[in-house]
Design a protein around this ligand. Structure first.
Ligand SMILES: [Zn+2]
Length: 310
């Protein structure tokens, strides 16, 4: 199975050798910003810990498969309970009581503590007791944005893996290959998100799910087809939704900018799209006033149709 993170080569090399030599430490901290791959890496290490094959994790054996679907009996994930802001002392207490049981089917047990940074000092001290005398066949993985949130005594017992975002080129290549988007869009998004692949993917998914953004494409296609009535109809679902209407305008301006870029400079089409873009920019500020959204869409449709029919 391939190492799941882009870049972070130093971590890849050291983990690969620790895994192949059966020298994984009992406690590992994975630190890094949101979106740098902490969770992904924790699942990879968990798989490698329960997989029996020569090249671990193989990704195909029964242990790997159960780990993949989150049902491996020897992999326990501790995460904040519903409506609670932090990992509680009780959760750590429970973890302590089962940590000394032997593994069910794998040769090791893995405990992943997500949001480890939310443990208060009392909980951390409880955990520390297990880390000081770890059961021989257990791996603890603590996930945190930064080790600063953890007691020094805890950190000193762990191997710390610090994750960093990849370079712009590495991240762009990854998105183009795995998310089916063009290089320019990927680069623009990644520059805005400081090369953070996880955050860029979140933005892409948000885009897919936004009705406003979807409507922007229908609206634009209808204008292109010189059908102002369809354009107007496409926006009906947004008339009571100011938030999605704002996303509609963001997406529409992106569509127009791309159209201008792809049209030949100074061509009639480029001028047409530029005029539409200007008309949109003129109307958007009215959204911050209490304008009736249906009036906004009527004005936009009539301006776009006028430009199109010129
Ligand atoms: Zn396997």
């Amino acid at each position: 199975m391939m190492f799941p993170l882009v870049a972070n080569k130093r971590i890849k090399d050291s983990l690969t050798s620790l895994i192949s030599q059966e020298r994984l430490p009992h406690a590992i901290i994975i630190e890094g910003d949101l979106g740098t791959g902490k969770r992904t890496l924790s699942r990879y290490i968990a798989k490698a810990s329960v997989c029996d094959e020569e090249a671990r994790p193989c990704g195909v054996c029964r242990n790997c498969h159960l780990a993949e679907i989150g049902s491996h009996p020897d992999i326990e994930v501790v995460t904040t309970e519903e409506k609670k802001a932090s990992i509680t002392k009780d959760q750590i207490e429970k973890l302590r009581s089962i940590a000394y049981h032997s593994a069910h089917t794998a040769k090791r047990r893995v405990f992943i503590i997500e949001q480890a940074n939310t443990m208060n000092p009392a909980s951390q001290n409880k955990l520390l007791k297990v880390l000081e005398e770890p059961p021989s066949d257990v791996v603890f993985i603590l996930i945190t944005p930064s080790t600063e949130a953890l007691l020094e005594t805890v950190v000193s017992r762990c191997l710390v893996l610090s994750l960093f975002p990849p370079t712009l080129k590495e991240a762009t290549d990854y998105l183009v290959l795995n998310r089916n988007i063009d290089k320019e869009t990927a680069e623009k998004l990644l520059i805005e998100e400081k090369n953070n692949i996880g955050k860029a993917i979140l933005r892409l998914e948000e885009k897919k799910e936004s009705i406003g953004r979807a409507v922007a494409h229908d609206f634009f296609d209808a204008v292109e087809g010189s059908s102002p009535l369809s354009a107007m109809l496409s926006t009906v679902t947004l008339e009571n939704n100011r938030g999605e209407t704002l996303k509609f305008t963001e997406e529409l301006s992106e569509i127009l900018i791309n159209k201008v870029k792809n049209a030949k400079n100074l061509s009639e089409t480029a001028r047409e799209y530029t005029r539409m873009y200007d008309a949109l920019c003129e109307l958007v500020p009215t959204l911050t006033t209490n304008i009736n959204l249906s009036l906004f869409f009527t004005a936009l449709t009539s301006k776009f149709s006028a430009i199109k029919n010129k």
